[in-house]
Design a protein around this ligand. Structure first.
Ligand code: NAD
Ligand code: GLY
Length: 366
């Protein structure tokens, strides 16, 4: 296998700027990430699937520190306040002082919870991200959104807390299940579809290589998506405007995920179907051309992503779930749509009848 060398992309946030390293062998290149730990204490947060595979790769790099690990059981349901409490207790047991560091080794579930735990301990300590899923490498590990789910809803408790560094070791993708890998590709497509047409064209050209997990293509796709997201985060860290565009496909997608009780669709799969529905709605509202929708559908399908609403889902139920979206205001639907390829925008006051028509047509066609 080709082992492309590591590269880094900076998320520019003044004194809180940090590098996102992407490449092969980063976990075992201890000196690079160890240099970011300022104190003598560390807590590694991972889960019961990832830790047996990859914790041994970083252990020697932690020599000389007071450190321990806290392992979540696997699954979205464990991204909970109860587990933040347990992570904080682990920091207490290790004697963590203000200069301690939390290391997140895992996918987005681990990264979100570890970052939030770091934000809470002594009102905020360092953390570094070691993402091990494609989704976490291209999306959740970058940008400082951290948090947990509450019984009343997903990601409802959280904080903006930027990591000191991100180390995306692409070797870890070798063990990632195929479906999880493809779900991560949806987040790559999303970045291009929002605002980078040249990247979208590149994805079209390299779709077969990406679907086959060609290492050079995967590395480049990760780097381009991270570069795109780093720019958005640098311009709008706390989502006062532009950053909301990163939610393209999410209002539809979350409704689909919820309707499937978080077991029918992975997040990235919901985003893939959701982006296509957003494109169809944009087309229906006269904002974009059928050719743009067709291009998006073709790319998603080549990457092996679902594009149809799963059987048994009902338009009325999906619309009801969409009404609960955080982006809505004054009882009106507010969606991220696009004005043609790679020109996403926030659109308020979308008529429910139009959304309903798109959902009905998609359900009838699937
Ligand atoms: P995940 O963390 O649940 O990981 C998916 C599965 O892959 C899990 O079973 C995990 O144990 C396994 N896994 C992880 N790395 C592996 C590896 N290298 N080899 C084998 N198995 C591995 O899910 P995810 O898709 O990484 O992340 C989804 C989470 O990210 C959601 O909670 C979502 O809300 C959050 N998210 C956050 C942001 C953000 O900006 N903070 C953005 C997008 C998504
Ligand atoms: N995943 C959306 C964001 O980081 O803003």
């Amino acid at each position: 296998m080709i082992t492309p060398s590591a590269q880094s992309i900076t998320v520019s946030l003044g004194q809180r700027s940090y590098p996102v390293w992407i490449g092969s062998g980063l976990l075992t290149e201890h000196a690079r990430w160890r240099a970011m730990l300022r104190g003598r204490h560390a807590l590694v947060i991972s889960n019961t699937t990832v830790a047996p595979l990859y914790l041994p790769r970083i252990e020697a790099g932690l020599e000389g520190l007071h450190w321990t690990s806290f392992l979540l059981d696997d699954g979205e349901v464990h991204k909970s306040f109860a587990n933040v409490g347990r992570a904080l207790e682990a920091l207490g047991h290790v004697g963590a002082t203000r200069d301690a560091c939390v290391i997140a080794l895992g996918g987005g579930v681990v990264g979100d919870l570890a970052g939030f735990s770091a934000a809470c301990w002594m009102r905020g300590i360092d953390f570094i991200q070691m993402p091990t899923t494609l989704l976490a490498m291209v999306d959740s590990s970058v940008g400082g959104k951290t948090g947990v789910n509450l019984p009343v809803g997903k990601n409802l408790a959280g904080a903006f807390h930027q990591p000191r560094g991100v180390f995306a070791d692409i070797d870890t993708l070798a063990s990632l299940p195929e479906r999880e890998f493809r779900a991560g590709l949806a987040e790559v497509v999303k970045g291009a579809a929002i605002g980078d047409e040249a990247f979208f064209a590149w994805l079209e050209q390299h779709a077969d290589a990406l679907a086959a997990r060609d290492p050079a293509a995967v590395l480049q796709a990760i780097a381009r998506k991270v570069q795109y997201k780093a720019g958005v985060v640098a311009r709008d860290e706390t989502e006062q405007g532009e950053r909301a565009l990163l939610n393209l496909g999410h209002t539809f997608g979350h409704a689909l995920e919820t309707a499937g009780h978080y077991s029918t669709l992975l997040h990235g799969e919901g985003v893939a179907i959701g982006m296509l529905l957003a494109a169809q709605l944009s087309e229906r509202l006269g904002m974009s051309a059928a050719a743009d929708t067709a291009r998006l559908r073709r790319l998603l399908q080549t990457l092996g992503l679902p594009t149809a609403i799963p059987p048994g889902m009902d338009a009325q139920q999906l619309l009801a779930l969409m009404r609960l979206d955080k982006k809505n205001s004054a009882g009106q639907l507010r969606l991220i749509l696009w004005r043609g390829m790679a020109r996403a925008e926030i659109v308020g006051g979308v008529a429910e009848a139009e959304v309903r028509a798109v959902l009905d047509a998609a359900i009838a066609g699937s």
